[in-house]
Write a protein that binds this ligand. Structure first.
Ligand code: NAD
Length: 321
C-alpha cells in the first residue's frame, strides 16, 4: 500500500493536473461510467465535529475509494486546519487498499479546479473583471485557478469582514492583476465572472445585482440550508452543476427548486457540456450559473493523479499492509 503524506502534496500536485483530473471525471460522470455513492455526514457529538464520507467509483479510470473527513472548529487553536480530510484508494479488482493520501490541500485544489473548469466551459471569452465573494481558506485557491482561464485584467472582491481581503489582494498582485475591495453592488455591476466561496446560510448576491453575460461559479454551498445567491437569480439564467442529485439537495439549486422557481430538468451537468451532449453558453448576454457542490469522484481523481506523480518521483511510501 502506498502512502502520500499531506506534507508532500504541495510539491507534487499542480493546478493543471487538478484541472485535467476534474474535467475528466465530470465527463465520466455524465457518460455514466463513473458514479458517486450516497454521502454520509454526521455530527459526532464530540469536539463539535462534523464527520463523514464521500465515495464513488470511476469505471473508466478504475478509481475506487472514499474521502473521509470533516470539520473540527477547535482545530485552529491547536495550529491545525479546521477541515481535515484523508483519501483512501482501493484496487478495483481486489478491494485491497491501494493508497492513503493526505486530502486537505487536494480538497482546495479540486474545488478550485471545478470552478476553473466551469469558467473554461461557460464564461464569455472577453472577460476583464473577476469578482470573488468570500475571503476564507478556499478563496485564494479559487482566485489562482480561475484567473488562469481568461485574460482577466483586475479582481474585485467582497467579504463580510473586509480586513480579511488583504490575503486576496496579495494573490491578485502576485498574478499581475489589479485589485479592489468593493460593495456587492459594485461587484455585480463590474464582474464578468463571479466566484462565491462562503459558508453563508443566507443569499449574499441578490436578483438584479448581476449583469447580463456574467458567469457565476457558486462554490460555497455544500450543505442543506447554506445559500450564497438569491433563488430568483436562477429563473433567468442557464443552470449547470457537477451532480444534479447533490445540487438540488445540498447545493445552491436546493433553494430555487424548493421554492418552485425552477425544475430539476432545467439543470445541466457540466460533464454533458464537456462531452458535447449539451450546449453550454448560448449567447454573450446569457447569465450562466455553475453550482459546484463537490463530489467524491473529484477527490478520487486528484488523489489518483497525485499517487501517479508520487510514484514517478519516488516519493510515495510503500508499506506492507
Ligand atoms: P472559511 O471558514 O475559511 O471561510 C468562510 C468564508 O465565508 C469567509 O469569507 C466568511 O467571511 C464567509 N461567511 C461566513 N458566513 C457568512 C455570511 N453569513 N455572509 C457572508 N459571508 C459569510 O471556509 P472555506 O474553507 O473558505 O470554505 C468556504 C465554503 O466552501 C464553506 O461553506 C465550505 O463548506 C465550502 N466548500 C465547498 C467545497 C465544494 O466542493 N463545493 C469544497 C470545500 C469547501
Amino acid at each position: 500500500m502506498l502512502i502520500v503524506p499531506e506534507k508532500e502534496i504541495a510539491a507534487l500536485m499542480t493546478r493543471d493536473a487538478a484541472f485535467d483530473a476534474v474535467k475528466g471525471v465530470f465527463a465520466s460522470m455524465s457518460a455514466r461510467t463513473a458514479s458517486n455513492f450516497p454521502v454520509i455526514r454526521e455530527a459526532i457529538g464530540h469536539a463539535d465535529a462534523l464527520y463523514g464520507f464521500k465515495s464513488g467509483f470511476d469505471k473508466a479510470a478504475l478509481n475506487l475509494g472514499l474521502k473521509s473527513g470533516g470539520y473540527w472548529p477547535g482545530n485552529a487553536e491547536k495550529g491545525l486546519t479546521n477541515h481535515q480530510s484523508t483519501i483512501f484508494l482501493f484496487d478495483a479488482d481486489t478491494g485491497q487498499c491501494r493508497a492513503v493520501v493526505g486530502g486537505n490541500l487536494l480538497t482546495a485544489l479540486r474545488t478550485a479546479a471545478a470552478a476553473a473548469v466551469s469558467v473554461d466551459c461557460l464564461a464569455r471569452q472577453d472577460c476583464d473583471v473577476l469578482g470573488i465573494v468570500g475571503a476564507g481558506h478556499q478563496a485564494a485557491f479559487q482566485l489562482r485557478a480561475v484567473a488562469e482561464q481568461r485574460e482577466f485584467k483586475r479582481v474585485v472582491a467582497w467579504n463580510r469582514s473586509p480586513e480579511k481581503l488583504d490575503s486576496l489582494r496579495k494573490v491578485a498582485e502576485e498574478l499581475g492583476l489589479g485589485f479592489k475591495a468593493v460593495s456587492l453592488e459594485e461587484l455585480g455591476a463590474q464582474s464578468d465572472v463571479i466566484v462565491t466561496i462562503t459558508s453563508s446560510f443566507d443569499a449574499i448576491l441578490q436578483d438584479g445585482q448581476i449583469r447580463a453575460g456574467t458567469h457565476l461559479a457558486c462554490m460555497g454551498t455544500d450543505t442543506k440550508g447554506k445559500q450564497e445567491i438569491a433563488a430568483e437569480l436562477a429563473v433567468n439564467a442557464r443552470l449547470f452543476t457537477d451532480e444534479i442529485a447533490q445540487s438540488i439537495t445540498i447545493g445552491e439549486f436546493q433553494h430555487p427548486v424548493a421554492a418552485g422557481l425552477i425544475q430539476q430538468k432545467q439543470i445541466i451537468e457540466l460533464g454533458a457540456v464537456i462531452n458535447g451532449a449539451e450546449e453550454g453558453r448560448s449567447s454573450d448576454k446569457e447569465i450562466t450559473i455553475f453550482d459546484g457542490t463537490g463530489v467524491g469522484l473529484q477527490d478520487l481523481a486528484v488523489a489518483s493523479a497525485v499517487v501517479d506523480l508520487a510514484v514517478a518521483q519516488g516519493i510515495a511510501q510503500d508499506v506492507d499492509f
